[in-house]
Design a protein around this ligand. Structure first.
Ligand SMILES: Nc1ncnc2c1ncn2[C@@H]1O[C@H](COP(=O)(O)OP(=O)(O)OP(=O)(O)O)[C@@H](O)[C@H]1O
Ligand SMILES: [Mg+2]
Length: 236
């Protein structure tokens, strides 16, 4: 079988103390949606950071489109086509919406006006609020700024750590619809989600992480149907 478009394989490592990740593997195919779920403290964000190059791995490797990028800095990974929206502190609150989006395009030397227009098409409310400080926006709107910011580099793969954290169910559904829309353009989505059921419903592939290790890996559909996954991780 061909290698996934992006894979963090057998990742082992942590923040300097004891290992947090134990031979953890996370991958996403081109244009597909992969979702990571699991209890608080399972290492979901740590796995995302490892894939993005923010963690020194003691073991394992990260490959993008067949190339080993394990030793690359996060900045270099952005240049290779990776976009990352962290779980916290993912926008500049004192800057305007538009300044946030422009900051997102920092590595680009070409004109990014078309991409800005695309982001505004995807999230019309941001166009309306483009001159407002991002810190004045609602939780759901801020997450749109964060996702839009990451799209400004025209990534091939978009990594989202809990994009729907703190938003209402309706806003969550809307955000998921936009994420599906992004995936349909051929961009791979690797995301962590606390709303496990809803996320697995739209996932091509799902990962259940527990204590820094893979507990279950399957299609989103199969995980949703697995009695043990349901009982232990989806609330029955
Ligand atoms: N910067 C850090 N320095 C040291 N330890 C950390 C750091 N960040 C996280 N950890 C530890 O790593 C473990 C995994 O944390 P992580 O944030 O990856 O979990 P998570 O699955 O994303 O949880 P949540 O669902 O709450 O976001 C935890 O035990 C946490 O205390
Ligand atoms: Mg987390």
């Amino acid at each position: 079988m061909a290698e996934p478009f992006l894979i963090g394989q057998d990742m082992t490592g942590g923040y300097g103390g004891a290992d947090i990740l134990h031979s953890c593997t996370i991958a996403v195919e081109k244009g597909e949606i992969a979702v990571i779920v699991g209890p608080n403290g399972a290492g979901k964000s740590t796995a995302m950071k490892a894939v993005f190059g923010m963690l020194n791995l003691r073991g394992g490797h990260v490959k993008l489109d067949g190339e080993d990028i394990t030793r690359l800095s996060p900045q270099a990974r952005v240049r290779k086509g990776m976009g990352f929206v962290p779980q916290t502190h993912n926008i500049f609150t004192s800057m305007t919406v538009e300044e946030n989006l422009e900051m997102g395009a920092f590595i680009r030397t070409d004109d990014c006006a078309d991409t800005l227009a695309q982001v505004y098409d995807l999230f019309p409310i941001l166009k309306q609020k483009r001159l407002q400080a991002a810190g004045e926006l609602s939780g759901g709107q801020r997450q749109q700024v964060a996702v839009g910011r990451a799209l400004m580099t025209q990534p091939k793969v978009l990594m989202l750590d809990e994009p729907t954290a703190g938003v209402s169910p309706i806003v969550m559904d809307e955000l998921f619809d936009r994420i599906i829309e992004v995936a349909r353009t051929g961009i791979s989505i690797l995301m962590v989600e606390q709303n496990a059921r809803q996320a697995l419903e739209i996932a091509d592939k799902g990962y259940v992480l527990v204590q820094g290790a893979n507990r279950f890996t399957d299609t989103g559909k199969a995980l949703m149907a697995d009695p043990e996954v349901r009982r232990s991780f989806l609330g029955g």
